[in-house]
Design a binder for this molecule. Sequence first.
Ligand code: DC
Length: 227
Amino acid sequence: MIVTIDGPAGAGKSTVARAIAAKLGYIYLDTGALYRAIAWKALATGTDPTVPAAMKRLSRNIRLQIVHTPDGAMEVEVDGRRLTGEIRTPEVTRAAAQVAALPDIREELRPIQQAFGRRSDLAGVVAEGRDLGTKIFPEAQAKFFFQADAAERARRRHAELPVSDKALGLEETRRALDARDDRDQTREIAPLAAAKDAVVIDTTQLSVDDVVERMLRVIEHKAADRR
Ligand code: DC
């Protein structure tokens, strides 16, 4: 079973995806972390994340590992170095949106994501990102698209910032979020969009439990259809 959750930043995808994965015993796939890992390496090596040729070279030479921790979280390793808070800084966040607009990078990351869908040792996958229902797992049995008011999304993102970046005000967080949404939605390749067969959920007024419950009902239905 493949479950996809797409939507803009701060719509609640990660929290809910982890909860669903834990409930169903599925593996959690945070595809944004892959773009962030490449962006982190670009910044660490002084590579301009907007230059396609340089980024293609970088992505060809990167050793990217996905690690699942016992508590169900997903982390990435770049060239043997485990990255956690480093890929969540505002600088990496900004660079990740630039990296995500490069076709070669998306091509490099596609098979890494799709491999999870083919693993027979997994009961299922809950994958979150921007183009999972449309491009990476078009065959997914249960697709969701989250949306939420921009002010609420900014509030959630600000609350999640590492302590070292808390000084960044809510206003500034909102501006950065707007700019990133704009980039994610208007890029030529794999822009943020709901798949035709996705269930759209507006999470602005909903608790995590509400969203999880709704999704589990949909997933159960889809699983019953397959039997
Ligand atoms: O979900 P996130 O904030 O960690 O994503 C980081 C960036 O990567 C963001 O700008 C959107 C982009 N992204 C993407 O283009 N496609 C995905 N499947 C996941 C993330």
